[in-house]
Design a protein around this ligand. Sequence first.
Ligand SMILES: [Zn+2]
Length: 510
Amino acid sequence: MNSYFKPVTRRKFLKTGIAGGTIIATYPVWKLFSFSAPPRDFYVNPAVNLSKETLEKLIEIALQRGGEFAEIYIEYSVNNQISLEENKIYGAGRGVDMGVGIRVLHGEKTGYAHCDDLSFEKLKQTAEVASFIAKEKNIEAPEGLKHSKIPSYYMVNVSPDSIVPQEKTKLLWKANAIAREYDKRINQVNVGFADTNKKIIIANSEGKWVEDIQTISRLVVGISAIEGNRRSRGYAYKGGTLGYEHYDEKLAEKLAKDAGRMAIAMLPAEDAPAGEYPIVMAKGNCGTFFHEAIGHSLESDGIRKKTSCFWDKKGQIIASEITSLADDGTVPGARGTINVDDEGVPSQKTILIENGVCTNFLYDRLNAKLMNAQLTGNGRRQSYQHFPIPRMTNTYLMPGNDDPEDILKSVKKGIYISRIGGGNVTWVTGRFVFSVPEGYLIEDGKITKPLKGIQLMGSGPEVLKNIVMVGPDLEIWGGGTCGKSGQSKPVSDGNPTLKVSKITIGGAKV
Ligand SMILES: [Zn+2]
C-alpha cells in the first residue's frame, strides 16, 4: 500500500462502528441490467489492462504441467478513509494497491501465487509457481478468451474516490455538531467516512474474461452519553455499493440524531433479566444473527468437510415452515452486492432455506466442482493476495405474513431486540452468544423499559425451529465486514419483524 495523508489503522477506524444503511428491498428497475460502466471519475491505472494475448499466454503457462483449471485475477484498488474524534479530524488515509493472483486447480489441490509487479517477466514467474501443483501430462488447450458483459446492481454515479477529503470532512463536522447539540449528556462523538474503489479483471481457461468496478462507501456516527455513573452508546450509519451522490449534510444530520436517540434511550437502561423468554427482533437490524448463526453453516466448504451442523441436511426440514432464508448478491446498492464474484461468476439470489427445508448451499468453484454442484456466485476473496472461498453476500430472512403489531401484541413478557451487536458463533454446532446494544422489555404486548447487558445464547438450528411469526416488512441493512479464514469481505444482511418463541437470555438480574 502506498499512502499519503496521515494513515489511520483499520482497527482504529472500524472502532466507530460497522458500516451501512437501510436499503428497502424494492428494486429500482431502471438500474437493473444497465451494463456496468465505471463510475464517474474513478481513475484506474491503465497498467492493469493486460492484453488478451498476455492473459491467454499466462493461462497457458499456468497449465503447462496439467491441472484442470487456471485463472488470472487482476486488481487495482483505492481505499480512502477519514475520521473525526474529540472535535478534531483525527486521521485521514489513502491506500492504493495493485496486483495479480494466478490460480491453478488440480483435484482438491490449489496452486496460488501473486505479485504486485505487472511486467510480463514477473507475471510469467508467478504463473509458473502456481502451475507446480500439477504433474500430469494430458494437457488440454485452454479456451480462447471471450469478453463477457454483465448487468450492474450498484448505485454509483459519482465515485467517492473523486471527492477531495475537505469535501468529505463537511459531513463529519455536520454530524459532530448536530450530535453534540442533541443532548448535553452526549460526551463523545466519533464520525467516519470510508470508501473502497476497486477494478477487477478475471480471465480463465474456460474462456471467461470479465471485468467489474466495485465501489463501497459508508458514513458512520458513534456516540457516547454519560449521566452520573450511567453510560451508554449509540450509533447510526449509511452505506453500501453507493456513489457519493447518496451523501450530503442532511444525511449526516439524520445519522447524528439517530445515534443520539439511541444513546439517550439506553441511558436509563436496567439490567436484563436472565432466563428463557420469547423475543421479537426489529426489522432490518437483526440480520447479523442470520448471517452469523445460520449463514456461515451453509457455506459449502464446511458442508464438504462435514464441519458444519448442516452438512447432511439438504432436502430436510431444518426450520419452522414459515422460515425461508436467502443470500442475494443482486440487491441494488446493498453493501454485499456484487455484479460478479471474484471468480467471474454472475451474482444471483440463492434460496438456502425454503419453508423450513434446507434447499441449497453457497458455492465457490472449487467446492462446487468437488461436490458436483451448480455455481452460485459466492466465490469471494479479500484481494489478489488471497484465493477465493465460499462467502455470503447479502443474507436475509425472507418476509412472511404476520402483522408486526400482532407479533408484538402476542408477547406477554419478553425481550424486544432493536439491534443485534457483536457475537461469537461456533459454526460446527451453530452455538452462539450475541450482545444486544439496544433492547427493551416487552410487557403485555408493549415495549416498556430499556435493558442493558442482554446476551442471547443458544444454537442456530434450535432458533430456526422456534421462529413462530414473521412479518412482511423486510429491510436489508448495511451490515459490515465479515471475517473468515483471515479474509475480510463486505457483506450485508436483513430481516423482517419476527418472533422466536424462546431464547435463553444471559442477563445480570436473576
Ligand atoms: Zn461472517
